[in-house]
Ligand binder design. Structure first.
Ligand SMILES: Nc1nc(=O)c2c([nH]1)NC[C@@H]1CN(c3ccc(C(=O)N[C@@H](CCC(=O)O)C(=O)O)cc3)C=[N+]21
Length: 300
């Protein structure tokens, strides 16, 4: 068997185009332009790249992008003051504080200072609790993107056995909760799990967010299963020239795609969906704050 490739790049482009249409409609009907504020503290080069691409895509969707670049030695008080200002700014519907923050800043405290209705990352304790109890709330971008990709394969997830590998607060845990809300039978495995290959062989759906290149092998996968690779690992690629690198996921793509029914590639899979979902979350936040009807995007 050769797996169907779930094209995250194409799906993300579809999602952005739906977001753009709804943004134009809201602008025409209500004169409101959704706005996203992105806060970057320090100058981590990888974060720079993501923040630039978020800003560019926000503007392309017809939304306002407000970028705040703060120096590495910004105090907690300064950062909290900025968040307070953004919370009460009517032009700002979404606030994202790029993680990781420098070590002297308490990220839990900073995230929980964001108005939960503007927390487009879905990291605020209120949103985490609401998603965990199956209430409507802002869903973290990466898990939301994964659910949209799964919706391409399964019209109904009920009764599917799903294994999530990794239990981070930003991917593994919320992913497990969303799958459970969709009535999957959910297993969440992690560093201390001892029998992951055996668990994987039972799974119809495997979502991998472990940050370990090549972790998932073909022998782990039940024939026909769907494999969602959240890993983004930059590894040396001497074959491309000295000092060059390339991106790989957590899945041995070539061998697993011979067994799986569907699989997401890296790059071009979950990553582009994550940024597109950030735009979708900003649009949803804007609709919620203004009591406009909530758009349904890619069925999620
Ligand atoms: N508050 C916060 N929210 C985030 O959502 C957040 C964050 N902090 N910190 C960093 C991570 C990382 N992240 C990515 C988004 C898109 C790609 C992406 O589009 N990747 C491309 C490849 C890009 C490349 O070539 O480097 C792909 O997989 O095809 C990757 C990583 C969001 N993050």
């Amino acid at each position: 068997m050769t797996a169907q490739i779930i094209d995250g790049k194409a799906l993300a482009a579809d999602l952005r185009s739906s977001v753009k249409d709804v943004v134009a409609q809201i602008k025409a009907e209500h004169g409101v332009i959704p706005g996203l504020a992105v806060v970057l503290v320090g100058n981590d080069p990888a974060s720079e790249v993501y923040v630039r691409s978020k800003g560019k895509q926000t503007v392309e969707a017809g939304m306002n992008s407000f970028e705040y670049r703060l120096s590495e030695d910004t105090s907690e008080e300064e950062l909290l003051n900025l968040i307070t200002r953004l919370n009460s700014d009517p032009e700002v519907h979404g606030i994202l504080v790029q993680l990781p923050l420098p070590a002297h800043l308490d990220s839990k405290l900073v995230i929980n200072a964001i108005d939960p209705h503007k927390d487009v990352d879905g990291f605020h304790t209120t949103n985490v609790g609401m998603v965990g109890t199956g209430q409507d709330a802002i869903v973290p971008c990466t898990p939301r993107g994964c659910m949209m990709m799964l919706a391409q394969i399964y019209p109904d997830l009920r009764g599917k056995t799903a294994l999530v590998i990794g239990h981070s607060n930003i991917v593994g845990k919320p992913m497990g909760r969303l799958l459970l809300n969709a009535d999957c039978t959910v297993i969440v495995a992690h560093k201390s799990s001892t029998n992951i290959p055996e668990l994987a062989r039972m799974a119809d759906i495997v979502v991998v967010a472990a940050g370990v290149p090549g972790l998932v092998k073909a022998e782990w996968i039940k024939p026909g299963a769907t494999v969602i690779d959240v890993g983004i690992n930059r590894i040396p690629a001497p074959e491309r020239g000295e000092g060059k690198t390339r991106l790989v996921g957590d899945v041995c793509f070539d061998e697993v795609s011979e067994v799986a029914g569907a699989i997401t590639p890296v790059p071009g899979g979950v990553g582009p969906m994550t940024i597109a979902c950030l735009l979708a979350n900003t649009l949803s936040a804007c609709c919620h704050l203004h009591s406009f009807p909530e758009p349904t995007l890619l069925g999620v």
